[in-house]
Ligand binder design. Sequence first.
Ligand code: NAI
Length: 326
Amino acid sequence: MHAPKRIAVTGAAGQIGYALLFRIASGDLLGPDQPVILHLLDLPRALGALNGIRMELDDCAFPLLQQVVITDDPLTAFRDIDLAILVGAQPRSKGMERKDLLAANANIFAEQGRALNAVARRDVKVLVVGNPANTNALIAMTAAPDLAPSCFSAMIRLDQNRAQAMLAQHLHQPVDRVSQLVVWGNHSPTMYPDYRHAEVDGRPAPLAVGDESWNQEVFIPTVAQRGTAVIEARGLSSAASAANAALDHMRDWVCGSAGRWVSMALPSDGSYGIATGIFFGVPVVCHGGQIERVAGLDINAFAREKLQRAEDELRQERAAVEHLLH
Ligand code: NAI
């Protein structure tokens, strides 16, 4: 048995937390030989609920779960952690404007970035899930100057999984026959699910689909609006699928993606002509705990327009929180 890994989950008393924690503790994230210690952070008013979750975790008798820390203090939550999944965020309430939501969450992620900077392991891997995820990741990274920017990422994997499932269903193929599908940009309706380089059952996806109007008029808008469709159907936002995507993202980062392309939102390095200073969803492969961008993909005029739209939106989000980035 290996030494335990410490994994922090924020917003742990929320609905994504509830779908995530039991899977981490059962070994779905780091495998059947890796013991874990969970550090659960939530607001003071949620500590009672967190205690209930700890009781349930105990009652599962998970062999890999060595300890559960519950706290409302980010410094306790992030001390010596190996991995952080930052889910906790303020939801948009009635009448709240987008800029107010950005500001409220910016403060949360600035505080958590400072705490990570102070007490997390220097090779910590941080995944931001709480929305607006890309910009929250930028804020946390900026507040943590002693940690390498490569410690930070934001989640666009749910969008990738949604796009992959939709393409597979359209072509009547099992989902695992779809590879090299990319989601670019922001985790928002401006995202660009892109199957121009994908293969489905060994065939180029654009050939297999054979209908560019389906791509532009059905596929892209349906993937972009999937979160809203789930809310309308379920009365609640996506939780199990979001938790599953967080596990997929982290597992690939830590354990490797075995050559598969996966999409992650990372600090832009200027590649593909995307401005630096924002977190942007790009295709990557992971091995040995490192992330390597997939380079050299062709960006045609349609793709360029989509990338530009996402970049513009992310620059606007950044402008709204600029005061927290110094
Ligand atoms: P939820 O409202 O059920 O849970 C959020 C939890 O965060 C609550 O327990 C709340 O007390 C806690 N929280 C709020 N502020 C906190 C703080 N400062 N520190 C620690 N905990 C705090 O929400 P749910 O459904 O679990 O979603 C969480 C976030 O994930 C939302 O921002 C949602 O928009 C986002 N999300 C992101 C997705 C993505 O693909 N990136 C997909 C789905 C959801």
